[in-house]
Design a protein around this ligand. Structure first.
Ligand SMILES: *Cc1c(COP(=O)(O)O)cnc(C)c1O
Length: 460
């Protein structure tokens, strides 16, 4: 059955035309892009589901706020508004703006991590893993087993496996674990939420072993919506109350504001009450990002971010937003197309391992499906699997990802129901010729974060 589409809680004031290339043109473009969708010009893409990061549509309030940019080098009005808004929403004393999520990671990670140290997370996002490794440490993922089973319903597949967390701490020694990182929602597991109970339990373990708990907060609002709609005892709590409680269990957060805060650029670091830590964060921010009161952002960006933080926790907006994922997923259900089930908060993660079982992990089924979607209908998506995971930093060998996903990330407030229908129809057409789809090999790759720039060739 087709799911009901929850209507947009906004109307359209400005439009951006998009163009549709012919199939012949698309085949040429993808070859010229070395079969890496990051190399495509956005002009050559019809529906761009590469990322939900920084791709959202700002509201009239946000655009109006851009005109209120106070571009003073120090102490701008917008900085003060951003700090007080974020203090209010998260309940933290110290807020440091940065230019995006990975900048927050770059500032924070070396404070806690170095050679011989480990970070344990429910799952590290790719840039988070990269900054753990750049700091000289190693990243360990510790997600619940349900996350690996893409077919069975479980309300909080993003959760930390707390039993395994304790075992890992005992095995590596608490003094060697620099950070425990809770990623909400769990992006790499398919935008899957983490329950309040799990955040609380993880926080108790962290406290017991005296390890700081950090939230990787990119999709904090979507996570709060899932807690409200799926976790017992939270039905009648507001998103705002849920967010406050979530953050009360951690000591600090890093955030890419390009997701749930619906801005095109921006990030935040939040520190609950540790003034000494705030001093260290400021000391790193100034040389890496810019002075404390702008952190790599223009005044106008901070204004849009302050407004976006509030818009992102609006219940009706979140209902529409998550509703888009649920609608697209319901179209895939009708056609028996496998995806990480239940659908996550910001994207539909197609299970390419199941759709293309004849392609082994080292020939990148997630990437193969992403290429096919572009060829089929000009849709741009990305691999979240072995192609993204890359090689072991110690041995240089290709790692096998537990998942082989093709991620259909939905930008916020950008596409309509008929765009989503077109995506579903393309996947259905691809499923029909799945057996004929070939894997890929890498012809060139950089050392770190290779999926952005690696070049590939189809296997003949
Ligand atoms: C996007 C993201 C980041 C990195 O943020 P950028 O703004 O892209 O630098 C970190 N963690 C998670 C979970 C993310 O989704």
């Amino acid at each position: 059955m087709k799911g009901k589409y929850y209507p947009e809680p906004f109307k359209i004031k400005m439009v951006e035309p998009i163009k549709i290339l012919t199939e012949e043109e698309r085949l040429k473009k993808i070859e010229e892009a070395h079969y890496n969708l990051f190399y495509l010009d956005s002009e050559d893409v019809y529906i761009d589901l590469l990322s939900d990061s920084g791709t959202g549509a700002m509201s009239t309030e946000q655009w109006a706020g851009m005109m209120k940019g106070d571009e003073a080098y120090s102490g701008s009005k917008n900085y003060k508004k951003l700090v007080s808004t974020a203090q209010n929403i998260f309940g933290y004393n110290y807020i440091q703006p940065v230019h995006q999520g990975r900048a927050a990671e770059k500032v924070v990670m070396p404070i806690f991590l170095g050679p011989g140290k480990y970070a344990i997370s429910n799952m590290h996002f790719d840039t988070t893993r990269a900054h753990v490794e750049l700091a000289g440490a190693r990243a360990i993922d510790c997600v619940v087993a349900e996350a690996l089973d893409t077919e069975t319903y479980s309300p909080f597949k993003g959760n930390m496996d707390t039993k395994k967390l304790v075992e890992l701490i005992e095995e590596y020694g608490a003094e060697n674990i620099g950070l425990i990182i809770m990623t909400v929602t769990n992006n790499s597991a398919g935008g899957q939420p983490v329950s309040m109970e799990n955040i609380k339990e993880t926080s108790e373990i962290a406290k017991k072993y005296n390890i700081p708990l950090m939230i990787d907060a990119a999709r904090f609002a979507e996570n709060a919506y899932f807690i409200k709609t799926r976790e017992k005892g939270y039905e009648d709590k507001s998103i705002r109350e849920i967010v406050l409680e979530m953050f009360s269990y951690a000591q600090l957060f890093t955030m890419s504001s390009k997701k749930d805060a619906i801005v095109n650029i921006g990030g935040l670091i939040g520190i609950k009450d540790d003034e000494e830590l705030y001093e260290k964060v400021k000391a790193n921010t100034i040389p890496l990002e810019g002075f404390v009161s702008y952190g790599g952002l223009a005044g106008r960006d901070m204004e849009a971010l302050a407004i976006g933080l509030e818009e992102g926790i609006d219940y009706n907006y979140l209902k529409y937003r998550i509703g888009q994922m649920e609608y697209l997923a319901s179209r895939l259900d009708e056609a028996n197309i496998p995806y990480q089930y239940p659908v996550g908060g910001h994207a539909v993660f197609i299970d390419a391992k199941k759709l293309l079982p004849h392609i082994p992990y080292y020939e990148f089924p997630g990437q193969a499906l992403a290429i096919e979607l572009y060829k089929e209908a000009g849709i741009r998506t990305c691999d979240i699997g072995s192609f993204m995971l890359g090689n072991d930093p110690d041995t240089g060998k290709q790692l096998e990802s537990p998942f082989e996903f093709t991620r259909l990330a939905i930008p916020r407030r950008v596409y309509t129901q008929s765009h989503l229908d077109l995506v579903a129809d393309a996947l259905i057409a691809i499923k029909e010729r799945a057996e004929s789809i070939k894997g890929y090999r890498i012809t060139w790759e950089p050392k770190i974060l290779r999926h952005f720039t690696a070049k590939l060739k189809p296997i003949e």
